[in-house]
Design a protein around this ligand. Structure first.
Ligand SMILES: [Mg+2]
Length: 464
């Protein structure tokens, strides 16, 4: 049976004894469009109230499909960029308009983007969709009719970052979620069923979340408790619950653990070794050492490519799994695209030999210093461009199956996207939902496929 869990690096689940999960968007799923829309509204309101932006920005409408995960913001030029695995720009928008290929080349040449450069913002944080959409809309307004009423592009990007941080800090997002749990949170019985199955195999679960205790408790009571029998609560499923963890610092800092009394909510300094319970803060090294574990006995599952996965992989040797919410839609699109992909491939198989013939004839002509083969070259060029004319509508149809502005999350043209590169490099396994992993046997051995290098591919093609 094909699994919905995909493997980059071989992972033997029999070796994994502790399974750590992030809470928001991993253990507890959100209704993403509603949640992004809420962030969008709060950011807009804060721009007006705190940053003195004009009232008319309150009339802007949220468009969920205007951005996808993994895009990059060019603060200086007011552009949104989609990068290939080599950090080369492959698709870009200024405001809400696509930048055509030749202009894109003029602006950026063929440089690779250095993501350490402060002119660029990676929008892989939560609310990336809300952030990118609003930035694009504000740039569009600034360029068109509101030139004097809005600040420069870099200031807008900075303001957006500040109001988003504030929305997290001052509880404005959480207070709306708290009052409307069913609008924002998905209750998923499969997660609870899966955890209970894994517990029978002696796997231990723990939570590491940046959310505070009160918020975590509320979500866990809402999303987990209804599916437990008898007097069981979420506390029976998780050996450790670590809140306010300050990821990614958690994976490399020396922060202390504070023990939390679940009934009173009181915190106190932990002097002894870690024992099962609820904690605030802490760090991954102490966790691994106190439990007497080897780092590769721990699998950590999160949805945030940087905060949960990249820093973990760079700083501590736990195994990693990434939840990519968009993956189900992407796989559905890929299934529908198969007939187009097959046709495109067979047309390309006809086109490439034509190109080689054309180049060879032109080479001969240049080397001989004569004007022969003209008619032959002309007819081959004609056939090649007829093939192109058949390919381009197929590519358009294929693209319609994905995001209308940005295409696939994991690819850009035939190349892998920068986001896909990060997933492949840092996540041992990945899947659309936590429940997909919990659905497979806790004894499974995930094997990565052999990845062919170009010279190996050429060799196997010549032996076909
Ligand atoms: Mg999360």
């Amino acid at each position: 049976m094909p699994s919905n869990v995909f493997c980059n690096r071989t992972l033997n689940m029999k070796r994994v004894n502790y399974i750590g999960v992030d809470m928001d968007h991993t253990l507890v799923r959100y209704k993403s469009e509603n949640f992004e829309s809420l962030a969008y509204n709060i950011m807009r309101e804060k721009l007006v109230a705190n940053k003195k932006y004009p009232m008319f920005i309150l009339d802007l409408k949220f468009q969920y499909n205007r951005a996808i995960r993994g895009l990059i913001i060019d603060r200086i030029r007011g552009n949104l960029l989609k990068l290939s695995r080599h950090s080369a720009i492959r698709l870009s928008y200024h405001g809400l308009s696509q930048i055509d290929y030749s202009k894109q080349n003029r602006i950026y040449k063929s440089t690779y983007i250095d993501l350490k450069d402060k002119s660029y913002d990676k929008i892989d944080t939560s609310f990336s969709i809300a952030f990118a959409t609003l930035f694009g809309q504000l740039v569009e307004l600034k360029d068109n009719k509101e030139k004097n009423n809005l600040p420069e592009y870099p200031t807008m990007a900075k303001d957006l970052n500040e109001v988003l941080d504030e929305a997290h800090r001052d509880g404005s997002l959480k207070s709306v979620v708290r009052k409307n749990l069913s609008t924002y949170i998905i209750k998923d019985p499969d997660v609870v069923k899966g955890i209970e199955k894994y517990l029978k195999h002696d796997k231990k679960f723990f939570i590491v979340t940046n959310s505070d205790f009160e918020y975590a408790k509320m979500l866990l009571e809402y999303a987990i408790n209804p599916f437990l029998k008898g007097t069981k609560t979420w506390q029976n499923l998780f050996t450790f619950v670590i809140v306010s963890a300050k990821k990614p610092d958690f994976f490399f800092s020396e922060n202390d653990f504070l023990k939390i009394d679940v009934n009173s909510g009181h915190h106190h300094q932990l002097k002894e070794s870690l024992s099962p319970g609820v904690y605030s803060g802490g760090n991954a090294n102490r966790f691994t050492a106190d439990l007497g574990l080897e780092p590769d006995e721990i699998l950590y599952i999160g949805d945030h490519i940087y905060g949960d996965i990249v820093r973990l992989k760079k700083d501590c040797a736990w195994r990693t799994a990434l939840v990519v919410d968009e993956l189900d839609e992407e796989v559905k699109g890929l299934k529908k695209a198969q007939p187009y992909i097959k046709k495109i491939n067979s047309l390309m198989a006809k086109k490439i030999p034509l190109e080689i013939k054309i180049d060879n004839l032109i080479s001969k002509r240049i080397e001989a210093g004569k004007t022969h083969h003209e008619a032959k070259i002309k007819s081959l060029i004609q056939r090649s461009s007829e093939t192109d004319k058949k390919i381009s509508p197929l590519i358009k149809k294929q693209n319609l199956l994905f995001n209308p502005y940005w295409g696939e999350v994991m690819r850009v043209g035939i190349e892998e996207s920068y986001f896909a590169y990060q997933v492949e490099r840092f996540a041992c396994i990945y899947m659309a939902r936590l429940s997909y992993l919990l659905d497979v046997s806790p004894r499974i051995y995930f094997r990565s496929a052999k990845r062919e290098l170009p010279h190996e591919r050429a060799l196997s093609a010549s032996h076909e």
